[in-house]
Design a protein. Structure first.
Lengths: 806, 249
């Protein structure tokens, strides 16, 4: 068997995936049997190799169970006050009014019940919220400074903490970010919220790693002292992969599609490697012994960048390369990549699901597979007619091909995780990557020299500043250009299986991987490509289902409707009662729309004008998101939306019907009467109440109506319910006790009730009374605070309900 | 030492592959045991024109038996075989063997050459296979002698077709002077540089023997001519040559 490392890496991934998605046991056993049977079917596979591959599959499953076990060991401690002693593992990150500390604890004890404890090493991310400084009197200022003094924490500090433990949120919405999985990849299991006074430093641990982090911090402080905030952040990001840098700078890199240069990646290790090779060459070390010098140096760099997966990957690959050169054996990049992957997943199995790991592996894999062949194909084409003076591809072509290959490897991953991709990244990579290289080398040189001869800092900082500023200027230029040509951006959900297959087939085809001279290869490739193309083209034509997704926007409402004919509606957009720095549209709506491949809404319905329904709607409309119609209640008082010129507005009242050609009908039952702007206090009862009907399926959306309107509607709903069954109701007003009267619920008589509500909200929604009432009527209640987004899928006959948490 | 060898073999099979990628086009080779991808192996510029009877170099006008360099300089070869034209793909293979740490590629092409040489009439006369040596300095810099790897392959290739196959030896001929790289030098200069660069360690072993001298590339023939002269002076009966690539006259 060629490349047992490759097959081992594949099976290790399969093992982890199998556990994560809870594959049935028979599937696992079947796969194991297949592996065991391999040597009997294929020649050239040794028993030892089979054992190796099998062992890695088992290891993958074992590691997977370690991370994604059925039972959460902290289960009994969530939402409780716990005390713990923990060691700080990295420099805390301070933002405006909070301090985030990562630590490892050996033991967690519930404050109120000493028997409720968890022993064993646990990763904890603790957050201290400082009260917002609205009226800062002199006295408070002083006490705050005291706190800051005391909380000048460094890695290795041992802290005694007390606070509330909570579970990190998983993926809660379509296209949403899985924070829990992300933290797991950093070996963090729980979140702790602490009051500033409940933290105390009680000791200090010293390890080599913490000392290395200390060196890094000292260098970073030097950088802060020598440069402007932007250049210093750029330097820290580029040299150390520091994540604690200002968001505006990070955003500019993200817009240009070159985030990877800011977070330390394989690229940076490459440049560091260049410096080291140059040094080793200068002092005339025999290449055979290079690896002995490089290994500790790269390990130091890995530690200083906080064991980032891409840095480990690149270091392992470069060490193999030099080792091979020392032994005069050619490297095999694919093997090295797999070795690196095995090491990383062996330490942090949850990394497999992280965008950073996948992008790093994908980019390198793309380059390994396609760079050489594509460059060769280009060279051959160019030299076809020349006999003499054959030209070699220049650096520009090489750069383009390299970027193309890295893009091929990362495109499907980018779309899957971020639902967006910018073609500008081609251009910006070509410009920024070399600049960043020069800047990185200059930065390392600067920090190295200045840490020995500090008084040179003012002079040496000038060229570095110049370089840093130039990069930022170039970046801004690229972004302006990108904004002017925004067609270059692609926003769409992940590729389907057939699309991925077709994409890969094409790339392999143009790189010449198929031996097309053989007729059967040619026919297979052709028919495969045609088949996949057919599937891709035919998918949108297949009759689809009605999909109603009650999004989890916290305390608020937002419901996305996709009809079988491809029409898309959004009912309310959620919103935050207390102002937050991040917008509900960026948090929930855009990711959901992108991941579902929706590029335009046929209509937005705003049931009534309360911020937990209207904020997201306003954000979409005033962002200029393409919306064909805006429907509001005749009793709305939202002046802003009534007066805007971006989207045509229609006001709906009882009897309004919106009917699509695909048989999905939306009928309005409330409010009735003429157009009148009701005051904020009366808005709840001004809510649009709508039924969504598709063949035999009927859903009722109630907005935030209260008992008064319910009473008016009850008789009518009774008749309606008798004529055509209601299967699902979106409970009015987040389950408030002033709504969902027994009379109303009985009149509708649904099977399932969806309650859109935020966890631990200050209104105590949903009320126990409503929950009891639903229980009595034997109605299944689905709460978005427990289930995440609730997706209702129906073909008009049957209903399938899916939720995003678990 | 044995442990070291075992470890190295293990690494060669599992980490540094012998044939991980195609040396010509760069494609990753996934399952094949061969060293080139299908297309590149099809397109190998194997010499099939009429060739010079002395050195194996391809000749375009076929009314001659001997190529220009051989005729002009009266090069001392009894017979010759050259495998590939020294152009795109051939150049890439030689480059990979010489500079990109791919000794096994040398052995592999050598085996193909051996199979082809087995068809030549003059092979029956050959008693010894000797690769053109590298100076120890150069060899330690490169890690191995590429000609030796090719010769090793030729020996293996021959052994499959004829028995007994001529013996391969690297102990007899040594390079005593480290000559600078020959790129960018005129023929005269090359010859001057090469004179006396080689010497024969055990002359007794080659008395009246026919020797197959192996090198990677045949350009002007200077290196091979000087080596052959050294061997003939030391008592060899005749010298045939085999080269991986030859430049067309
Ligand atoms: Zn090839
Ligand atoms: Zn000739």
């Amino acid at each position: 068997m060629k490349r047992p490392l490759l097959w081992g890496f594949v099976t290790l991934c399969l093992g982890i995936v199998a556990v994560y998605y809870r594959f049935p046991v028979w599937a696992l056993l079947g796969f194991v049997a297949l592996l065991i049977g391999m040597p009997f079917f294929l020649r050239g596979i040794k028993i030892t190799q089979t054992v190796f591959v099998l062992g890695l599959f088992g290891l993958g499953a074992f590691l997977g169970y370690g991370v994604f076990s059925d039972t959460d060991v902290l289960e009994n401690l969530y939402q409780k006050d716990v005390s713990l002693i923990g060691v700080v593992t990295d420099y805390p990150i301070r933002t405006e009014n909070r301090l985030t500390i990562n630590l490892t604890a050996k033991e967690l004890v519930a404050t109120t019940d000493e028997n409720n404890r968890h022993e064993g090493v646990t990763g904890i991310r603790a957050t201290i919220y400082y009260p917002a400084d609205e009226d800062t009197t002199a006295e408070q200022e002083v006490s705050k400074n005291d706190e800051k003094q005391q909380l000048d924490l460094a890695p290795g500090d041992v802290l005694l903490l007390q606070g509330q433990l909570s579970q990190p949120a998983g993926k809660r919405n379509p296209g949403g970010f899985d924070y829990q999985l992300y933290l797991k990849s950093l070996s963090i299991d729980g979140l702790l919220t602490i009051e500033p006074e409940n933290i105390e430093k009680i000791g200090q641990e010293t390890t080599l790693y913490y000392q290395i982090l200390g060196i890094k911090r000292a260098l970073e402080n030097q950088s802060d002292a020598s440069f402007s905030a932007d250049v210093s952040d750029l330097l820290k990001g580029v040299v150390f992969g520091e994540k604690n840098i200002n968001e505006d700078l990070a955003k500019r890199f993200q817009d240009a599609g070159v985030t990877h240069v800011l977070s330390v990646s394989g690229l940076h290790v490459g440049y560091v490697f260049l410096v080291l090779s140059f040094l080793l060459m200068a002092i005339k070390i025999n290449k055979r012994y290079w690896v002995l010098f490089l290994a500790p140096a790269l390990l130091f760099y890995v530690a200083i960048t906080g064991f980032a997966a891409p840095v480990i990957r690149a270091s392992i690959m470069l060490l193999c390369l030099t080792w091979g050169q020392g032994l005069h054996r050619e490297r095999d990049a694919l093997n090295q990549l797999c070795l690196a992957g095995l090491v990383i997943l062996g330490i942090w199995p949850a990394q497999l699901f992280q965008a950073g790991f996948q992008l790093s592996m994908g980019a390198v894999l793309g380059i390994i597979l396609f760079y050489g062949p594509l460059l060769y194909a280009y060279e051959k084409r160019r030299n076809k007619k020349r006999v003499h003076h054959k030209s070699k591809p220049g650096p520009m072509v090489q750069g383009l091909v390299l970027t193309f290959c890295a893009t091929v490897g990362t495109l499907p991953i980018l779309l899957y995780h971020f639902n967006s991709f910018t073609l500008m990244s081609f251009f910006s990579n070509l410009l920024v990557v070399p600049l960043i290289g020069v800047f990185l080398l200059a930065g390392i040189g600067f920090l190295g020299i200045v840490s020995i001869v500090p008084f040179l800092a003012p002079i040496l900082s000038v060229p570095v500043t110049f370089l840093g500023e130039s990069i930022i200027v170039v970046l801004d230029g690229i972004n302006d250009l990108g904004a002017a040509a925004n067609i270059l951006g692609i926003n769409r959900g992940g590729l389907s299986l057939a699309e991925t297959g077709l994409f890969l087939l094409l790339v392999f085809l143009i790189s010449g991987y198929f031996y097309l001279r053989q007729p059967y290869v040619r026919n297979t490739v052709m028919s495969l490509a045609l088949g996949l193309l057919l599937v891709v083209l035919a998918t949108p034509l297949i009759p689809r289902n009605l999909v109603v997704t009650v999004l989890d926007v916290g305390q608020g409402d937002s419901i996305l409707i996709e009809t079988p004919g491809g029409l898309t509606y959004l009912v309310d957009g959620g919103g935050y009662l207390f102002e937050r720095s991040n917008r509900v549209s960026d948090q929930v709506l855009y990711p959901a729309l992108h991941s579902k491949n929706i590029h335009e809404l046929d209509a937005i319905f705003l049931t009534h004008n309360h911020v937990d329904h209207s904020q997201g709607v306003e954000e979409l409309i005033f962002d200029g998101y393409p919306v064909k119609n805006l429907f509001m209640s005749v009793q709305t008082n939202n002046e802003k939306l009534l007066n805007q010129q971006l989207v045509p507005v229609s006001l709906l009242k009882k009897g309004s019907v919106i009917e699509g050609s695909d048989g999905v009908t939306i009928t309005v039952y409330n409010p009735d009467g003429r157009i009148i702007a009701k005051e904020d206090e009366q808005q709840n009862n001004a809510s649009l109440v709508m039924t969504i009907s598709y063949r035999n399926i009927n859903l009722l959306l109630c907005g935030d109506i209260e008992a008064e309107v319910e009473k008016q509607l009850a008789a009518e709903m009774q008749v309606l319910s008798a004529a055509r069954d209601f299967q699902i109701i979106k409970i009015p007003h987040h389950g408030s006790k002033t709504s969902s009267t027994q009379e109303f619920i009985q009149a509708i008589d649904p099977e399932t009730a969806v309650i859109s509500v935020g966890a631990n909200n200050s209104f105590n929604h949903p009320s126990d009374e409503v929950m009891d009432r639903l229980d009595e009527e034997a109605i299944t209640a689905l709460r978005t605070d427990q289930k995440g987004a609730v997706e209702i899928i129906s073909n008009g006959e049957y209903i399938d309900i899916k939720n995003y948490v678990n | 030492m044995n442990l070291r060898q075992t470890l190295l073999t293990f690494l060669e099979n599992n980490l540094f592959l012998k044939n991980g990628t195609c040396p010509i086009c760069g494609k990753v080779l996934f399952v094949t045991d061969r060293f080139l991808c299908h297309q590149c192996e099809d397109d190998l510029p194997i010499i099939n024109n009429p060739t010079c009877v002395r050195c194996g170099r391809p000749i375009f006008r076929d009314h001659r038996d001997v190529c220009n360099p051989c005729a002009k300089l009266n090069l001392p070869f009894a017979a010759g075989y050259a495998h590939l034209n020294y152009e795109d793909a051939g150049k890439k293979i030689v480059h990979a063997i010489k500079f990109k740490d791919r000794p096994y590629l040398g052995i592999w092409v050598g085996t193909q050459m051996g199979a082809a040489i087995a068809q030549c009439q003059w092979i029956d006369e050959v008693d010894l296979i000797i690769p053109v040596p590298l100076h120890p300095n150069r060899q330690s810099e490169r890690g191995y002698n590429q000609s030796e790897k090719i010769a090793q392959g030729i020996h293996e290739g021959l052994a499959q077709k004829i028995s007994p196959a001529p013996e391969l030896t690297t102990k007899i001929l040594l390079r005593s002077r480290d000559t600078p790289h020959q790129i960018g030098q005129g023929r005269e200069e090359r010859l001057r540089n090469l004179t006396g660069a080689f010497n024969v360690e055990t002359a007794a072993a080659i008395q009246n023997k026919t020797i197959l001298l192996v090198d990677d590339v045949l350009t002007t023939g200077a290196t091979l001519a000087e080596t052959s002269a050294t061997l003939l002076e030391a008592g060899a009966a005749q010298v045939c040559i085999a080269t991986l690539c030859a430049v067309t006259e």
